[in-house]
Design a protein around this ligand. Structure first.
Ligand code: SF4
Ligand code: MG
Length: 339
């Protein structure tokens, strides 16, 4: 089974003209061995920064300013450097970063890039690796021979995305980090790729983190879900429970915006407003307050003064919201709305 991962108090900040601002604030998240966790949030929530941090690959002007990411058998990724870190990336940790469809080397065929990968990770049996690559490609509906002989410009966006997934899986990683693995694909290919990710995950017993803006992807692929907003983790728990009974007003808003998740396709409604950007994350109180329907209906003082920390409302079920932590329902009572 894949490694256990313990992310503790992780903070990542970016240097800006206004000072160093956190994009990810004190995140605590455990990935159970062999599980698939979906990390979901709108763009700008800090989730891609989290994916980069998992490989200690945050680029300047960003840096990890605190916390740790302990991976069984590898140690704290935050303190890895140099050769150890290079070998972990793509070796122990397979990854597909956002816009993977644009990340191939335009000057080399896919096959050449596969051999480069083999060399940098000291793979002895190159023929086995090529066989493995072709097998993965054919499972994703592509001709291995053709793709390995192709340059990036000869492949469609969806094909490049599949190549990215092949390159992430081919070295037998134990931990897999996928950032928006299916964004360049239509719905049918998306379902197909998600089911391949699930199959390979199960066959190899991986631990997987899927980062996505689409809570529908989480519903399809993840055992557990972690919801991010404004650099905070606002809710986490088993996917079925969170989808059935979201406890954080933001999670509820995300679900209500997706027709096929609401139960009644007619009632889907987009979450009003926009997520904060780095410079506009509120410095005081709850980061979601401006868009929070519950706060609008029942403005509590603690929402204005204190950044809510995560409370465990049931085993493995965490929510960072003051009224929910106090045992109140996620919908404010109608009387409160009229006060
Ligand atoms: Fe809304 Fe207050 Fe909960 Fe934040 S803490 S999500 S503002 S009710
Ligand atoms: Mg992103």
């Amino acid at each position: 089974v894949g490694p256990a991962v313990r992310i503790a108090d992780l903070t990542v900040a970016y240097r800006t003209p206004a000072g160093e601002l956190p994009a990810v604030s004190r995140i605590n998240l455990d990935l159970a061995p062999g599980s698939i966790t979906g990390l979901v949030g709108e763009s700008g929530s800090g989730k891609s920064t989290m994916a980069l941090a998992m490989l200690n690959a945050v680029q300047k002007p960003g840096r990890i300013t605190g916390g740790s990411i302990e991976i069984d058998g590898l140690g704290d990724v935050v303190s890895l450097a140099g050769r150890q870190l290079r070998e972990a990336r793509g070796g122990e940790i397979g990854y597909v970063f956002q816009a993977a469809q644009n990340s191939l080397n335009p000057l080399k065929t896919v096959g050449k890039q596969l051999l480069d990968l083999a060399r940098s990770h000291h793979v002895e049996d190159k023929r086995a690796l090529v066989r493995q690559a072709k097998d993965l490609l054919s499972r994703m509906g592509l001709s291995g021979d053709r793709v390995l002989d192709s340059y990036q410009h000869e492949l469609s966006g969806g094909m490049r995305q599949r190549v990215g997934i092949m390159l992430a899986l081919v070295l037998n990683a134990h931990l897999l980090v996928l950032d928006e693995p299916t964004t360049a694909l239509d719905m049918i290919s998306q379902s197909n790729i998600l089911s391949i990710i699930r199959d390979v995950h199960a066959e190899r017993g991986l631990t997987t983190l899927v980062v996505t803006h689409d809570i529908g992807v989480v519903a399809e692929v993840a055992d557990r879900v972690a919801v991010m907003y404004g650099g905070r983790l606002v809710e986490q728990g088993p996917t079925t429970e969170v989808l059935k009974n979201p406890k954080h007003p933001y999670t509820r808003g995300l679900i209500n915006a997706i027709p096929r998740l609401t139960g009644d396709p007619e009632v889907a409604q987009p979450l009003p407003g926009r997520p904060p950007t780095l410079g506009t994350i509120p410095k005081q109180g709850c980061v979601f307050r401006e868009r929070c329907a519950r706060y609008a209906a029942d403005p509590r003082e603690d929402c204005e003064t204190t950044d809510p920390s995560a409370s465990e409302i049931a085993p493995g079920r965490l929510v960072a919201c003051h009224p929910v932590a106090a045992g109140l329902p996620v919908e404010a009572a109608p009387e409160a709305a009229e006060e």
